[in-house]
Design a binder for this molecule. Structure first.
Ligand SMILES: NC(=O)c1ccc[n+]([C@@H]2O[C@H](COP(=O)([O-])OP(=O)(O)OC[C@H]3O[C@@H](n4cnc5c(N)ncnc54)[C@H](O)[C@@H]3O)[C@@H](O)[C@H]2O)c1
Ligand SMILES: O=C(O)C[C@H](O)C(=O)O
Ligand SMILES: [Mg+2]
Length: 543
């Protein structure tokens, strides 16, 4: 049963009425005689395709989800590669920017700083408390690469949960999108008469910290079986809240851990292709990051596992990674730096600050260049040509979202590397023909990981999400490529197979939870692997 909330006005105040989902077959006379479910799906698809702007398509799909969730999710599952970019990245970025203007009806839960002292009561207003299994929580402070969007960040939480349903078969009624409103520093929104959030600047760190303590405690009391995904918190809060709460509640941070897992997975496949071309061993890869925020550092942390899998020590693994931020190469003697950058700061360089990316590439000699910088065009022709001169098959992953902030586009990377690039981007790009061959871009987006990771954590009733569970999700994804996908040099599987992939990932995550002793559905320990896979698939909700 999907939650349908109908807004009603009582004495000028909006209240929400829970409306049961209409029965699949309306009583005789209330529907046109020839209304047939499968034809209606085609009709809906036709209506969707008749709109020429992505944002209009997003609005149409949102309305469809509310009015007829089964048709919506069937459309998603049958047309994953067409619909994912509309309900998720990149269109969801536009939906966030315009949220206060395109808003139609309530969806999700809003908890604001004004609820401090009273948060549990607000959480209890959610109509499906007993069914709650997964919440995506954002405070809107860093939405994609678009900055502080305040309460307009809600579509990110909604979009991620739509993928949980479509991609991992999580029951729609067990999902809660939550937007925390602690104010916004976005001046344009503060001046927008239609802005839907509190019209105040962000509260102080200490006030936000107190709020989060109360919020997390209340969440665990009101929804005892809930897994929490932190999403798009600004980098300082992303690291702080993850380390503060991860040993107390079942949660993970999608931007740090989900992205880390998805990139490790794609890198495992990409590095094999690059090493086959260069003849160099896997342990000799060298990785340069442009961007050292929650995503850049999260991915760098996780990529140490790549080197450890090749037999290197943690220290050796760490030294295969170089980070660049807005001030250039990060090295010890550069001066004071944010806490999260220190671990990868280089002790072996002490020259003048290095800011030019091409120069840094010549110095580091990387085999892989990863972008999590939000800087469009940062991977210029000179950058990609320099990478191509150093490597027969350069690994170039421009991972910033949405598409207009990508460090480079797929056609540019193909052209400038003369078709040699091994490519994955955060947002989707079309395939390219080069010298009579069709080349396919990978999509290195955490959407491949969080649905399966979440499903595994929910089904095992994990009391915490351990690093080993995150790594298991990554290895599960890396192993999920078919022979045909490998033959096409893909670093990631095709998104059409997402349910199958999520099931495989969930099984690996459940096993990792069992090994770590954090599983609470201990009867799953007795299942053989094929039985566990059947169990997981059987639990998936089908529209
Ligand atoms: N592909 C994915 O699955 C995925 C997942 C998470 C985040 N992301 C994307 O990663 C990007 C960064 O996210 P974040 O949370 O780390 O944000 P952030 O703002 O904390 O980090 C951005 C980093 O880029 C650096 N930077 C800014 N300007 C630069 C410049 N001119 N040159 C070099 N470095 C520069 C900053 O110093 C900072 O270290 C966003 O666009 C986000 O959408 C992608
Ligand atoms: O939302 C996405 O598309 C990926 C990621 O979580 C991001 O913040 O960019
Ligand atoms: Mg994110």
């Amino acid at each position: 049963m999907t939650i349908v909330l109908n807004p009603v006005w009582v004495n000028g105040v909006q209240k929400l009425k829970v409306v049961p989902q209409p029965p699949p077959k309306p009583p005789r006379g209330l529907a046109p005689p020839a209304l047939d479910e499968s034809i209606h799906k085609s009709r809906s698809l036709q209506q969707l395709r008749s709109k020429d702007k992505s944002l209009e398509k997003y609005i149409y799909l949102t309305q469809l989800k509310h009015a007829d969730p089964r048709t919506f999710y069937k459309l998603c599952l049958d047309n994953m590669s067409e619909i994912t970019p509309l309900i998720y990245t990149p269109t969801v970025g536009d939906a966030c920017l315009n949220f206060s203007h395109i808003y139609r009806r309530p969806e999700g839960l809003y908890v604001s700083i004004r609820d401090k002292g009273n948060i549990a009561q607000v959480l209890r207003n959610w109509p499906r408390i007993d069914e709650a299994r997964i919440a995506v929580v954002t405070d809107g402070s860093r939405i994609l690469g678009l900055g502080d969007l305040g309460v307009n960040g809600m579509p990110i939480a909604i979009g991620k949960l739509s993928l949980y349903v479509a991609g991992a078969g999580i029951r729609p009624s067990s999902t809660i999108p939550i937007c925390i409103d602690l104010g916004t520093n976005n001046q344009q929104f503060l001046e927008d008469p239609l802005y839907l959030g509190l019209r105040q600047r962000r509260v102080s760190t200490s006030e936000a910290d107190e709020f989060m303590e109360e919020f997390m405690h209340a969440m665990s009391i009101v929804y005892p079986r809930l897994l929490i995904q932190f999403e798009d918190f600004s980098t300082d809060n992303a690291f702080a809240y993850l380390s503060r709460f991860r040993n107390r509640y079942p949660l993970f941070n999608d931007d740090i851990q989900g992205t880390g897992a998805v990139v490790l997975s794609g890198f495992l496949n990409a590095a094999k292709m690059a090493s086959e071309a260069s003849g160099k061993p896997l342990k000799d890869h060298r990785i340069l990051f442009l961007g050292a925020g929650s995503a850049g550092v999260g991915v760098a942390m996780q990529l140490q596992s790549f080197f450890k899998l090749q037999g290197l020590s943690t220290e050796e693994a760490r030294r295969r990674i170089w980070l660049v931020d807005s001030q250039g190469l990060i090295f010890d003697s550069r001066g004071p730096m944010a806490e999260h950058k220190k671990y990868f700061s280089r002790p072996d360089y002490s020259g003048a600050p290095m800011t030019d990316l091409t120069e840094i590439i010549k110095y580091v000699q990387p085999t892989a260049l990863l972008g999590l910088s939000t800087i469009k065009g940062a991977f210029s022709q000179s950058v990609i040509e320099t990478m191509s001169a150093l490597n027969p098959r350069p690994i170039i992953f421009p991972l910033s979202n949405p598409v207009r902030l990508s460090e480079c586009e797929f056609d540019e990377a193909v052209e400038w590397s003369r078709g040699k690039v091994i490519f994955a981007s955060g947002s989707p790009f079309p395939a390219q023909d080069y010298n009579g061959k069709t080349l396919y871009p990978g999509q290195g987006n955490n959407m491949y990981v969080f649905p399966g990771l979440g499903l595994g954590a929910i089904l095992s009733r994990a009391s915490a999400v351990t690093d080993t569970m995150v790594e298991a999700s990554s290895l599960g994804l890396a192993d999920s490529l078919t022979a045909e996908e490998r033959a096409q040099d893909l670093a990631y599987p095709r998104v059409e197979r997402i349910r199958e992939i999520s099931a495989q990932i969930a099984c690996r995550v459940i096993r990792a939870a069992q090994r770590a002793g954090v599983d609470r559905t201990t009867e799953l320990r007795d299942l053989w692997d094929d039985q566990l896979l059947e169990f997981v698939k059987g639990k998936m909700w089908k529209p």
